[in-house]
Design a protein around this ligand. Structure first.
Ligand SMILES: Nc1ncnc2c1ncn2[C@@H]1O[C@H](COP(=O)(O)OP(=O)(O)OP(=O)(O)O)[C@@H](O)[C@H]1O
Ligand SMILES: [Mg+2]
Length: 305
């Protein structure tokens, strides 16, 4: 399991980060970075590299493999350490806190700044990559480099979407972004999946979520992974989070994704509150109305009989 590198950050020295970023540089060219190339990439002397490699190996920030040559690569923990170090240097983060959520595709922690924030490390591609690697000989480079690449791309996409949507759409405020990690506002609330709404709240909350999806569309994005697990509910209203799959509205499948998102959200409310949500909602018409900026309430798209 991926460990939390925050506790170790204080004992790492500037040269350890040079070593880690040297290995990172080298990984742009090959999966395993040859030991003799690391001094150049990290701008450390060969003796210093030897010492730093041992320290980083002991802390499981990097790993070693001898194939035709002795090579090193970053583990996710090493990549986490680099991102965290960057945030600390930029003073985006001052302290580290408890896990907020650990998913298949990400690890989210509370972090401290002028107020509590959330730090999300993307892990996309990591699990898949492991499966791919089991079936291949590990001298084939491409797949390996790709898990860093996939995770970094996902973080970029999520950050770009948050920047485009905030504050017009109820999303966490984006604060900072580096490598595969993003720092954002911490949202207090309960995931929609864990709420039991009062009868009179059900349709208004559903309408609120759909209206935010319409506002996101107007700002140029479809979430494309909408579910009861990606919406927080609190006394102020709702927040939609988890945007790495966000798709620009000019993408050829955007309207299809919007309709699927509508299906997911309406379907969830239908199953959970069958008495309160119309069972014949025309989700295609509803999605079109969202895209056209004409949505008002789900009640207009079903009879409720
Ligand atoms: N800004 C935030 N504030 C507070 N908690 C958050 C925030 N962002 C994410 N979380 C918590 O972390 C969990 C995982 O975040 P997110 O849904 O963005 O990632 P994910 O990769 O989709 O994870 P999963 O696969 O479990 O859905 C969320 O379910 C939520 O509990
Ligand atoms: Mg999620």
């Amino acid at each position: 399991m991926v460990q939390n590198v925050a506790g170790m950050l204080a004992e790492l020295e500037a040269e350890d980060f040079h070593l880690l970023s040297g290995v990172e540089q080298g990984m742009r060219f090959s999966e395993w970075v040859a030991r003799e190339k690391i001094p150049e990439f990290s701008r450390l002397t060969p003796e210093e590299v030897d010492y730093r490699l041992d320290r980083c190996l002991d802390r499981e920030l990097i790993e070693r493999k001898t194939i035709q040559y002795e090579g090193y690569r970053l583990k996710f923990e090493g990549y986490d350490a680099l991102a965290l170090h960057t945030f600390a240097e930029r003073e985006s983060i001052e302290g580290f806190g408890a896990p907020l959520g650990v998913g298949k595709e990400s690890d989210v922690y509370e972090v401290q700044s002028y107020k509590p924030l959330a730090l999300k490390y993307h892990r996309e591609g990591y699990t898949n990559f492991r499966e791919v690697m089991k079936e291949r000989d590990y001298t084939s480079d491409r797949e390996h480099v790709s898990w860093f690449y996939t995770a970094r791309k996902a973080a970029e996409r999520e950050y770009d979407a948050l920047e485009a949507l905030y504050p017009d759409v109820k999303v966490p405020r984006p604060i900072d972004h580096n490598r595969h990690a993003i720092v954002m506002e911490k949202i207090d609330g309960v995931e929609l999946s864990r709420t039991k709404l009062e009868d009179e709240q059900v349709v208004p909350i559903l309408d609120l979520i759909l209206a935010e999806m319409g506002d996101a569309y107007e700002k140029g994005y479809v979430h494309a992974d909408m579910s009861e697990y990606n919406v927080f509910v609190n006394t102020e209203g709702i927040t939609i989070f988890d945007w790495p799959q966000a798709t620009p509205t000019d993408h050829e499948n955007a309207d299809e994704f919007l309709e699927r998102d509508v299906d997911n959200v309406v379907g969830y409310f239908r199953r959970k509150y069958p008495r309160l949500v119309p069972d014949d909602v025309d989700t295609a018409a509803l999605a079109s109305a969202l895209a056209a900026g004409e949505f008002e309430t789900v009640r207009e798209y079903g009879s409720g009989e």
